[in-house]
Each structure stands twice: as structure tokens, then as C-alpha cells.
Ligand binder design. Structure first.
Ligand SMILES: Nc1ncnc2c1ncn2[C@@H]1O[C@H](COP(=O)(O)OP(=O)(O)OP(=O)(O)O)[C@@H](O)[C@H]1O
Ligand SMILES: Nc1ncnc2c1ncn2[C@@H]1O[C@H](COP(=O)(O)OP(=O)(O)OP(=O)(O)O)[C@@H](O)[C@H]1O
Ligand SMILES: [Mg+2]
Ligand SMILES: [Mg+2]
Lengths: 255, 255
């Protein structure tokens, strides 16, 4: 069956896009059929995969029901990896979509036609808890939360999990917290260590053992429109994301 | 006269809150009367200044017109520095506020009563271009854009400046780009150097000479509810923000 992940955290700049692009790519390299869905108006996942941000077929047209998701998906440079690209028109959707009946289900409905074609779907979201993130969480089964080990991260997690609960009750009963991923981890700082301890205590079987280190190669790869594996496979960032993809695949098996 | 700044960038985690809190504090320490307005539902600026995020008088009640801004402002630990605190209820405002007539002017109207009491007002915004950021940009004269020197930052700047132009034309003719601040700057990486060159070429008289280095003390200070100056005045982060505040004050004089 197709496993649908949503990667969300309203705290900005915590590595949502970097995690979606690199984990999805790692799974595609392992031979699985993978789709990345980009519903962030910034369209960072789209440009990180080397795809233009102004394609006429895109996630905005799909969400408002003008196009089918099957038509709008495009292949990427990575074999087995496809993308439903974002578009800046998504900025306007916060005001437009709520006029549509059953607006929280727009993405879930749109992805129905794609589920038979893929083993995994990874949805990237903007740093907010608004209309687009609600749609993404309604369309997915597993929530994956990237967290930077800094103070504001802890404050935001409680708010995010409350929002998840609300969506679970109101729109999507199969939604659950699947994994917490520590990103941009700097083992030299005490702060990172303390936040990690705190998270591991509160969420013992959700915090992934694989920690993503701060690694400049991960920040360089997007400017070449490539996932880390096509930019610098030997980097610490690439190795960590390979490990993480393996752990998530096994984490899956245990469920 | 009271100078109103809005600090915005829809790219998440670039140092908006850190810049607002620390520059506002530096100006207050220099004897100016300063107000921080927090319209981010995450309420990070509120907690960074050691103020609870669930006060009954807050920016949400002020925006919907239930309370006056004068009533809702609270003093902080820093002399001359006051705060209009955020509240998680702001999460709902994206759907609520557009029902109000002239919704883009809610914050501008609310701040009218405060202008005589302060020399500077610094508005912190969420990582989006939605209703709250539009309100903040309509209420301010000067836009200050923190930017991390990484690839996605450049992509986002063009979108942000287009949004600024739209707001300038539609709601607030005095709004202008005042300063671009390079944050979390790591001089060891080539990427940071290239992005800095690119920005300095395109915006020669807007990019601040003071660059904020990556400095873990800046990330630690929020967990103590204090600006960097009350946490570690000798740190590189504190020194950089003192320099930046001086440069912004002088930048002001040149206008
Ligand atoms: N482990 C890492 N080491 C170094 N840089 C990283 C790492 N992960 C991500 N980055 C860089 O940090 C910035 C933020 O990451 P990213 O854009 O993935 O976060 P995000 O949560 O998707 O942001 P937003 O909230 O804006 O959507 C990007 O410039 C990215 O290239
Ligand atoms: N110069 C710096 N060096 C090291 N850490 C920093 C620096 N500036 C900010 N930080 C830390 O990086 C994280 C992001 O900064 P901050 O929260 O100020 O960004 P933001 O743009 O306000 O984020 P958001 O988009 O979520 O509102 C925070 O944990 C903060 O403590
Ligand atoms: Mg992103
Ligand atoms: Mg912030």
C-alpha cells in the first residue's frame, strides 16, 4: 500500500524541505516509487529538485480542482522520484480555499488517483498551521516533525501536536505522530544536548536515533537544484539522510 | 516622531524574532522609548522577552478591536522597552479578520494611540505573506528584511519585495525597503560569501554593513526569556546587534 507522510512544523527554517527532498530521494534510490507533493507557496522543494516554480500544471490548480494530480505530476532527475510542483499562486489559497465546500479534504481527494502509482508520498508544507498545512495533514497518515534543537522548537512542538489532534478528530482519524527528526544538530553546544534529552524523555519511541548534523553541503545542494546524493554523496549530510531513510523504512515495518 | 519598523521574511527561521528583540533592546538601552509588537501566533518575541504567551490582553484582542493597544502593552525587564504580546489565538485570525471591513488596516488603526508614547516601534511577523504580515506592513513605514545567506533566501526575497510593492500601492504608500540584514553568517562557507556578494550588488545601499554571525549564545538567550544583552553582553552576537542598532539609527539620519 502507499504510505503518505506529511512533514510539518510551523516553526520556520527547521529543515522540513531538506528532509522531504533528501529522504524521498533516498527511498527512490532504494528502488521505491516515490512522489514529493509541494504545497508550500515558497516552492522550495520544487526548486530543490530542479523543477521550475511556474509550471502551468501545479499543486494550486490541483487543489482548486481545475486539474487532476495525475496530470500535474512531473518526473525529476532522480529515477523513481516524481513531483507535484508548487506554484506562487498558492499564496492566495488561504483566502480562496475556505470558500470551497469541505475545503480541508481538497488535497486528500486530489491524491486518491495517485495512491496506486506510488509506494511513498512525502508532502512538504509551509511554516504555518493554516489552510495548506491542514490540507496536507488531512491527506497523510504519518506526521514527521523536523526539529532544530533550540529553545523555540520545544515551545512550538506542543502547539503543533495540539493542531494534529484537532485534525485527527475533525478530519482525518488515521493521522498520527510517526517520527521526530533532530536537524542541524551541533553536538558541541549544550543547548542542543539539553533539547535532545528533553525530547527523548517525552517522546521515547518517536525521536529518531539518526540525527542530522549541521552540514553546509546540505545548504549548498539546493542552489544546484539537486538532492544531496547527486551533489555530494560522501558528505555527512548525505550519510545522515541515508541512515534516516533506512530508519524510517524500518520504523514502518515495526508498526 | 515615532519610527515604525516591520521585520518580515516569509522564509522561516532567518532571525526575524532575534533581530526584533535584540535591536529593540539595544535602542531601549540607549535611552529611546521602544515598543515591540508581536503579531506572530508562535509568540516567540513575547517569550524571548520573558512575557507569558497567554495574557488576557494581547495583540489578538487588539486586532479584532476588543481592546485598545494602550491597554494591552506591558513593560519588560528592560527599561524603556514595552511589548504588545502575541497570543496563540492569532492562529485563527487568518480566517476571521478578512470578514472585517478594511481588514488590512486593523493594526495601523490600533497603533495610532501608541505613536506619541514611543520613539520606535518594531513589529515581529510570522513566516508568511498572509493577513498578519499584510497588517504589519500596512502599519509600518520601514521594512527590515533579515536574510540567511543561503540559496532559498535569494529566491524568497524577490517574492517578498513584490508583496511589499503590492501593499505599498494598495494600502500604505509610505512603506519602503529600509534595510537588509545578513544573519547567522558563517564566514567560513563559500555559499555565504556568494549570497552576500549577490545581495550587495543588487541592493548596494540597503544591505547593512553589520553582519550578524552565527553565535550559539543568541540561540540560548530565549530559553532564559532575555535579550542577548541581559544574557551575555560580551558574546559576538551581542556585539553585532549593538553595532547593527547603531547603524540603523544612523541609517535613519541619512534619510
Ligand atoms: N542539516 C543542515 N545543515 C545545514 N544547513 C541546513 C541543514 N538543513 C537545512 N539546511 C539549510 O537551512 C535552511 C532551512 O532549511 P529548510 O529550508 O529545509 O527548512 P524549512 O523548515 O523547510 O524552512 P521553511 O520553514 O521556510 O519552509 C535552508 O537554507 C537549508 O538549505
Ligand atoms: N545569529 C544567530 N546565531 C545562532 N542562532 C541564531 C541566530 N539568530 C537566530 N538564531 C536561532 O535560530 C532560530 C531561528 O531564529 P528566529 O526564531 O529568530 O527566526 P525567525 O525568522 O523569527 O523564525 P520564524 O520564521 O519561525 O518566525 C532560533 O532558534 C534562534 O534562537
Ligand atoms: Mg520549507
Ligand atoms: Mg520569529
Amino acid at each position: 500500500p502507499c504510505i503518505r507522510y506529511v512533514v510539518a512544523n510551523q516553526k520556520g527554517g527547521v529543515g522540513k524541505t531538506t528532509t522531504v527532498v533528501n529522504v524521498a530521494t533516498a527511498m527512490a534510490i532504494a528502488g521505491r516509487r516515490v512522489l514529493v507533493v509541494d504545497v508550500d507557496p515558497q516552492a522550495n522543494a520544487t526548486s530543490h529538485l530542479g523543477v521550475p516554480q511556474d509550471l502551468p500544471r501545479n499543486a494550486y490548480r490541483v487543489l482548486i480542482g481545475e486539474q487532476s494530480a495525475v496530470e500535474a505530476c512531473v518526473p525529476t532527475e532522480v529515477e523513481n522520484l516524481w513531483l507535484l510542483p508548487a506554484h506562487p499562486d498558492l499564496y492566495g489559497i488561504t483566502l480562496e480555499l475556505p470558500q470551497v465546500e469541505d475545503w480541508p479534504y481538497c488535497l486528500q481527494r486530489a491524491l486518491q488517483g495517485l495512491i496506486p502509482r506510488f509506494d511513498f508520498i512525502w508532502i512538504d508544507t509551509p511554516p504555518s498551521l493554516g489552510v495548506l498545512t491542514i490540507n496536507a495533514m488531512t491527506a497523510a497518515r504519518y506526521l514527521v516533525v523536523p526539529i532544530q534543537c533550540e529553545y523555540f522548537a520545544l515551545e512550538g512542538l506542543a502547539t503543533l501536536l495540539r493542531a494534529m489532534d484537532r485534525i485527527h478528530r475533525a478530519y482525518n482519524p488515521e493521522l498520527e505522530l510517526h517520527a521526530i527528526v533532530l536537524t542541524m544538530y551541533d553536538e558541541r553546544t549544550n543547548l542542543a544536548y539539553q533539547v535532545r534529552q528533553e525530547l527523548t524523555t517525552h517522546f521515547p519511541d518517536r525521536v529518531m536515533k539518526t540525527v542530522i548534523p549541521r552540514n553546509v553541503r546540505l545548504a549548498e545542494a539546493p542552489s544546484f537544484g539537486r538532492p544531496i546524493f547527486l551533489y555530494d554523496i560522501r558528505s555527512r549530510g548525505a550519510q545522515a539522510y541515508l541512515e534516516l531513510a533506512k530508519e524510517l523504512l524500518n520504523h514502518e515495518a515495526h508498526r
